[in-house]
Design a protein around this ligand. Structure first.
Ligand code: BEZ
Length: 211
């Protein structure tokens, strides 16, 4: 059965470029992103891994640990990283899981079963400190991900977890948020001291609470 939002992220133990990872232990009560790549030594993946290395401090700032996965061997990953660093002007600074048996890929339903070699799609799982899946995205192999969008989505799910707000269409960090429907009108004043705007009983906005 495929994974759903709110499910506990499946645990696994795997070899990575930074040693053996026991996934639940590795999360250690923080936020985490697990993102998959179809194959080593492929062009789009090379740019993606380099991009994430260059913006890792943005994940760190948000308290998010990041880990990649590709269905090739550890030795292959180690060779490929040299190319990533060279061509993307990056220094790989997060672990990449070796999953030649597709054990992790199958647990997370990452395989693009229609791809010729049963490769992984470009899946992203954002996992909360409670180890539950907060967000899932799947792109085809040919479409490189926009990591600014992934950071934006992390900002949104963290705001929901910490402040009971949602974010509207095209929201960007710093813009007004939406008070989640489960907050009653009479609770708003105490919960949102920056003020609020009640456009409709179901549409109540407030300045972003954490800035
Ligand atoms: C790539 O990373 O460029 C790629 C990988 C598999 C299929 C197509 C593109």
């Amino acid at each position: 059965m495929s994974l759903r939002l709110g499910d506990i992220a499946p645990d696994f133990t795997a070899e990575t470029t930074e040693g053996i990872v026991h996934f639940h232990q590795w999360i250690e009560g923080r936020w985490a992103v697990l993102f998959s790549h179809p194959k080593d030594f492929t062009p789009v993946c090379t740019t993606e891994l380099g991009k994430v290395a260059k913006i890792k401090s943005e994940f760190d700032k948000r308290g998010v640990k990041i880990i990649g996965i590709s269905v090739d061997s550890l030795q292959s990953h180690k060779e490929w990283i040299k190319d990533i660093n060279e061509t993307q002007h990056a220094t790989m600074n997060y672990p990449l899981i070796a999953d030649p048996q597709r054990i992790v890929a199958m647990k997370y339903d990452m395989l693009d079963v229609y791809s010729p070699d049963n490769l992984t799609a470009r899946s992203v799982f954002v996992i909360g400190p409670d180890k539950k899946i907060k967000l899932m995205i799947t792109y085809p192999a040919s479409t490189g991900r926009n990591f600014e969008e992934i950071l934006r989505a992390i900002d949104s799910v963290q705001l929901t977890a910490n402040y009971s707000v949602a974010t509207p269409a095209d929201w960007k960090n710093g813009e007004d948020c939406i008070i989640v429907p489960s907050v009653k009108d009479e609770e708003i004043k105490a919960k949102f001291p920056k003020g609020h705007n009640r456009l409709k009983p179901y549409l109540r906005t407030t300045p972003q609470p954490n800035i």
